[in-house]
Design a protein around this ligand. Structure first.
Ligand code: NAD
Ligand code: UGA
Length: 468
């Protein structure tokens, strides 16, 4: 396999597979990159002008490479057959059934990929785990590849976890802190390192054994989430004592041993990975007979649950202990700014709590529509009770609507809850918003985004996380 004739296939055209492969294709015009998926509408969207995910800068990268050396297709078997390197970048959600339910990663999709590769592969293939996986998954992948293969193929398995964050995926991919490659075959590791080496500094490419690479990914997410839970725990103490969480974060963050990043107190972390990956880590620790280690990491998730619940409870308490039949404007539903991803967004939990209290919600998010919002609420409310009860369906149908601007959402509302830190929320005409609201006009800032002094002067009653 000479480098210039290299063909890459990536199974899974999601938030990771799409942007990562688009970046490889952009940086390596001589490498043919095929992104395959069983989801036809997703592939159609990747081939259209309206990409299936919103990510700043991604349109330009895709436009440059698509049709030249970047292709999106549902023809999984053909692309497996003709590729030298095959990335597995499929979803690995938390199991919702059977052994390890609620904690372990569901590896069904990864295993199906390995079987599909074994079935169609011919010649030598480098199979690369891009999905986030429990440590030692590569062992199972290798066994499946070797036992299910028809004998005309051979395999090397590498672990190459992805560290991009949504909303900054393009810059993260362009300038990664590090690229991690774990494997047993030095030759295979170097082939993959050479691909990244086209634009990533050589000293940023870390080589490890397979298990260190798999475990480093879970550990990185656990450490990042732990920082958010740690500052959120302190935010509760700030509210009780008169300390200001942003001032505390700034004071501790200037210590170079701690550092300033990931110390922004919030309504709670969301996203498809932090909770899933920590629960997976907890499950692994239990599996390997380490209950104290499991309990330590589980606390990060429990603290996050507490923070989300604390926010919605404080809204109800502050608004004279009832939000029933009150209109509440929800500003932001995505799990962070600059993405249309709502998976595990703290907003889903806060909205659920407020609906349970019979509030009427008008939601505005620049990138998220009503269907997606309802789907998330239905998913959460069904997961808790097995199926969606008539009561919950009615709560959602009767009390959730969307507006086409932050101002429109707030018009006639008793309160605004800021749940995503979209920049545009800082730019609204707060004088006009205040005039349009019921009084007292409450604003609950779950992101510490707003200028509290300015808003208080206008007349708002402002409550912000970690501020008394
Ligand atoms: P996703 O759900 O957006 O995309 C996964 C895609 O895989 C889907 O389009 C699905 O149709 C496809 N798929 C599933 N089984 C398939 C099969 N057998 N054949 C072909 N296609 C199949 O998921 P994602 O957010 O891209 O995450 C993928 C992996 O990367 C996960 O393990 C996740 O933990 C990890 N990860 C995600 C992020 C992130 O920011 N989202 C960052 C780093 C790592
Ligand atoms: C996270 C990691 O940052 C990535 O390195 C990793 O690749 C990815 O998970 C993954 O494995 O999926 P992501 O979830 O996209 O990326 O976004 P983050 O920026 O990490 O934010 C996660 C959540 O924490 C968001 O809800 C965000 O609002 C919240 N957060 C983050 C805070 O509340 N405070 C902070 O200081 C930072």
């Amino acid at each position: 396999m000479s480098e210039s004739s290299l063909k890459i296939c990536c199974i899974g055209a999601g938030y990771v597979g799409g942007p990562t492969m688009a970046m490889i294709a952009k940086q390596c015009p001589d490498i043919e990159v095929n992104v395959v998926d069983i989801n036809e509408s997703r592939i159609a969207a990747w081939n259209s002008d309206s990409l299936p995910i919103y990510e700043p800068g991604l349109d330009e990268v895709v436009r440059e490479a698509r049709g030249r050396n970047l292709f999106f297709t549902t023809d999984v078997s053909e692309k497996i057959k003709t590729s030298d390197m095959i990335f597995i970048s499929v979803n690995t959600p938390t199991k919702t059934f059977g052994i390890g339910s609620g904690r372990a990663a569901n590896l069904e999709f990864v295993e199906k990929c390995a079987r599909e590769i074994a079935l169609h592969a011919e010649g030598h293939k480098i199979v690369i785990e891009k999905s986030t996986l429990p440590v030692r998954t590569a062992e199972a992948v290798k066994r499946i590849l070797n036992s299910a293969s028809n004998g005309s193929a051979s395999f090397d398995v590498l672990s190459n976890p992805e560290f991009l964050a949504e909303g900054t995926a393009v810059t993260d991919l362009l300038n990664p802190d590090r690229v991690l490659i774990g494997g047993e075959s030095q030759e295979a590791i170097e082939k993959l390192a050479n691909v990244y080496g086209r634009w990533v500094r050589p000293d940023s490419i870390i080589r490890t054994n397979l298990w260190s690479s798999e475990l480093s990914k879970l550990t990185a997410n656990a450490f990042l989430a732990q920082r958010v839970s740690s500052i959120n725990a302190i935010s509760a103490l700030c509210e009780a004592t008169g300390a200001d969480v942003d001032e505390v974060a700034n004071a501790i963050g200037t210590d170079s041993r701690i550092g300033p990043k990931f110390l922004k107190s919030s309504v709670g972390f969301g996203g498809s990975c932090f909770q899933k990956d920590i629960l997976n880590l907890v499950y692994l620790c239990e599996h390997f007979g380490l209950p104290e280690v499991a309990a330590y990491w589980e606390q990060v998730v429990l603290m996050n649950d507490y923070q989300k619940r604390r926010f919605s409870t404080s809204i109800v308490k502050t608004m004279f202990n009832t939000v029933s039949d009150k209109k509440i404007a929800i500003w932001g539903f995505a799990f962070k700014k600059d993405t249309n991803d709502t998976r595990e967004s703290a907003a889903i939990y806060v909205c659920r709590d407020l609906l349970e209290e019979r509030a009427r919600l008008t939601i505005y998010d620049p990138k998220v529509g009503l269907d997606q919002i309802k789907q998330e609420l239905i998913y959460l409310m069904s997961a808790e009770f097995g199926t969606l009860s008539e009561k919950h369906r009615k709560l959602i149908d009767d009390n959730v609507e969307v507006a086409n601007s932050a101002e429109a959402a707030a018009s006639g509302a008793h309160a605004i809850a800021v749940l995503t830190e979209w920049d545009e929320f800082k730019e609204v005409d707060f004088d006009a918003v205040y005039r349009s609201m019921k009084k007292p006009a409450f604003l609950f800032d779950g992101r510490n985004l707003m200028d509290r002094e300015k808003l208080s002067k206008i007349g708002f009653e402002v409550y912000a996380t970690g501020k008394s």
